[in-house]
Design a protein around this ligand. Structure first.
Ligand code: FEO
Length: 160
């Protein structure tokens, strides 16, 4: 059975993942409104991934005889100045999420819960990928900014 401390931390992370989902859905509709269909599509996929992260954590809590407590979600931002600003926000946000996952791992170690430590290794790797993806899109947008190729990237991300 998972400890109460870890259960509480998992529930907090579930809430954070659902908030991330809402953030990316909000970004998706910002892009849709601005006419960037590819970016909007990419962000909607990202919304789905974040919901999967939340469910993966919640499913694990159940397997370990814990209780899933879904709390209310804070409001998410709704407006950005440019695609670059959105992806810089995404990158900063993912760096924060990586820290939260690291803290969860530290707690699992403190609680001497090897199974949870092992389970969380998937999230540690996922965060490396999430940060790298956002960083790479930022790079592309910056290059496009000097060559006028933003719609090429929009098309490319539409193929996700
Ligand atoms: Fe669930 Fe983007 O981290």
């Amino acid at each position: 059975m998972i400890s109460k401390k870890l259960q509480d931390a998992f529930n907090k992370q579930i809430n954070a993942e659902m908030w991330s989902a809402n953030l990316y859905l909000s970004m998706s509709y910002y892009f849709a409104k601005e006419g960037f269909e590819g970016f909007a599509h990419w962000m909607k996929k990202q919304y789905g991934e974040e919901m999967e992260h939340a469910c993966k954590l919640a499913d694990y809590l159940i397997v370990r005889e814990g209780t899933v407590l879904l709390d209310k979600l804070d409001v998410v931002p709704t407006g950005w100045g440019s695609p670059l600003e959105v992806f810089e926000h995404t990158f900063d946000h993912e760096k924060r999420v990586s820290k939260m996952i690291d803290e969860l791992v530290e707690l699992a170690v403190e609680e001497k819960d090897k199974a949870t430590e092992d389970f969380l290794s998937w999230f540690v790797s996922e965060q490396v990928e999430e940060e790298a993806t956002a960083r790479s899109i930022i790079k592309k947008i910056k290059i496009a900014g000097t060559t006028g190729g933003i719609y090429l990237i929009d098309n490319q991300l539409g193929e996700r």
